[in-house]
Design a protein around this ligand. Structure first.
Ligand code: HEC
Length: 112
């Protein structure tokens, strides 16, 4: 029993450690490219507007083009744009997992 608990704790704590580190000042996930996004995406509005949004690569690109066409967002060189899109599409993508997994039938109460 004790060893099961210890194993469980180990699994839980490693799950916590695996959680992404977040920059306290901006709320951005600290990962490759985050400083580029910090530099370009916080000048006109809070970075929270970015972190609250989800999108795949096309959606993010469309938002950037919209801001460039209508909100005076500057043009990026290709490398910068790729860095920004890679970062956003990786860390702020629509999550397919919005619910917990179903409870396995073996763990469900017996039906009447
Ligand atoms: C030149 C100014 C400017 C910069 C720089 C800028 N934005 Fe925006 N962005 C805007 C404006 C203006 C809005 C509309 C804000 C509002 O509706 O309150 C906006 C809105 C947004 C929204 C909300 C869109 C929606 O549909 O609600 C997101 C997400 C966003 N920006 C992401 C970014 C990202 C990512 C970057 C960096 C690549 C960026 N912004 C850089 C001006 C800018």
């Amino acid at each position: 029993m004790r060893s099961i608990l210890a194993a469980l704790l180990l699994v839980l704590s490693s799950a916590v450690n695996a959680e992404a580190e977040v920059d306290p000042a901006t709320g951005l996930i600290v990962a490759e490219g985050w400083q580029t996004v910090r530099a370009h995406c916080g000048g006109c509005h809070s970075h929270k507007l970015v972190t609250a949004q989800r999108g795949n690569r096309e959606t993010w690109l469309a938002m950037i083009r919209w801001m460039q066409e209508t909100q005076n967002l500057w043009q990026f060189d290709a490398a910068t744009e790729t860095t920004i899109l890679d970062y956003l599409a990786t860390h702020y993508s629509p999550s397919p997992v919005r619910r917990r997994a179903p409870i396995p039938p073996a763990l469900m109460p017996a039906s009447q």
